[in-house]
Design a protein around this ligand. Structure first.
Ligand SMILES: C[S@@+](CC[C@H](N)C(=O)[O-])C[C@H]1O[C@@H](n2cnc3c(N)ncnc32)[C@H](O)[C@@H]1O
Ligand code: SF4
Ligand code: SF4
Length: 322
């Protein structure tokens, strides 16, 4: 497809983890009740792949789930081989057996480039503070199985106050284990405006009282904090928005097959707070579905071009200039 480089797919809305600020859960303990739980079906996947000729990259990432939860990940990759595109998979790494990870490493060799980004937010004593329910031992065994079988792995770390002192150690461990890349996840867009306004702090509840905690971001490592502060002080101007995703010729597809201009709008599709103005705006639009309309036709519709009319509030926050 001429006007499209990258398809980002939320391959499921299920997850083994409960990260406190993820769109899929509330306060780190409760699954977002406004989000439909499900895996992308093979029919939906085939509708995407069969209409994606010429695509350069497929990224398994999104707003609500971890791709390893969908039992069809390996068959889906086999089916996508014909596109000869690059693959990137984002995961917390805690799900699956070493055997599955060995198979994944083998499968990814059939693409020009196949990489897994492991979201690991610290070391053994800190990763689970944000990546709730990810068991370190399982994660490390999976990473080893993947890398030992020739898999290309990247470590991406969110920096909080509680793990900021471990960035160098984590980078060293990534080298020792054979990761090909280590970097920091800037995090701003995910933490969104509320976190910035309230000093980038999240309150996690817990089923056991001693596990409840307040987590603070290391704001020196967050992207765009200054920009958002200025935006809030000066007010928003819809007039100067550069759509980051359009520039990269990238779209987001949900696990149900709906197509969005970016992951931020998918996050607003099932807002944690049903009264969120962002959610209301997003849900005032009918989002096309690959199961009803060929992807090629969807890409050419106005729906994905709305941001060029500076249409959504989220666009001001995410892509607006000050
Ligand atoms: C919803 S997750 C889906 C993929 C996978 N489950 C994972 O966590 O890597 C999408 C991205 O959001 C990131 N993320 C999670 N919490 C975040 C936060 N508080 N700030 C910024 N990014 C965050 C994850 O690390 C991941 O890169
Ligand atoms: S691992 Fe990813 S999808 Fe799962 S809760 Fe954490 S950020 Fe959300
Ligand atoms: S928030 Fe709006 S302007 Fe930014 S990438 Fe998404 S659709 Fe484009």
């Amino acid at each position: 497809m001429e006007n499209l480089n990258t398809i980002v797919v939320d391959f499921t809305s299920h997850c083994n983890a409960m990260c406190g600020n993820c769109s899929r859960n509330i306060d780190g303990i409760k699954v977002n009740p406004n989000m439909p739980l499900g895996h992308m079906t093979m029919d939906t996947w085939k509708n995407i792949i069969d209409n994606a000729k010429g695509i350069k990259e497929i990224i398994f990432n999104g707003s609500y789930g971890d791709p390893l939860m969908n039992p069809n990940l390996v068959p889906a990759l086999k089916y996508a081989r014909k596109l000869k595109c690059n693959i990137m998979i984002h995961t917390n790494g805690g799900k699956g057996s070493p055997n599955l990870w060995r198979m994944l490493a083998q499968e990814l060799k059939d693409f020009p480039q196949g990489v897994v980004t492991f979201s690991i937010d610290g070391l053994e004593d800190t990763n689970h503070l944000y990546r709730r329910h990810v068991v370190w031992e399982n994660l490390i065994n999976n990473v080893k199985a993947f890398i030992d079988n020739g898999g290309l792995a990247r470590w991406r770390m969110l920096v909080f106050k509680h793990n900021a002192h471990q960035v160098e150690q984590a980078e060293q461990l990534s080298k020792d284990m054979g990761f090909v890349k280590f970097d920091i996840n800037g995090g701003y867009t995910f933490t969104a405006i509320d976190s910035i306004a309230s000093e980038a702090i999240e309150k996690f509840k817990a089923t056991k009282k001693e596990e409840a905690r307040t987590i603070a971001y290391d704001t020196s490592k967050l992207d765009n904090v200054e920009r958002v502060k200025n935006l809030m002080e000066e007010g928003f101007d819809k007039g100067c928005i550069t759509c980051k995703w359009k520039k990269k010729q990238k779209i987001q597809i949900s696990h149900t097959g709906e197509v969005f201009p970016c992951c931020y709008l998918l996050s607003d599709r099932y807002p944690k707070d049903p009264n969120s103005p962002y959610g209301k705006e997003c849900n005032s639009v009918f989002w096309p579905n690959v199961n009803d309309t060929p992807l090629k036709d969807i890409v050419e519709t106005d729906v994905l071009n709305f941001p060029s009319d500076n249409r959504f509030k989220i666009c001001e926050v995410t892509c607006g200039e000050v």
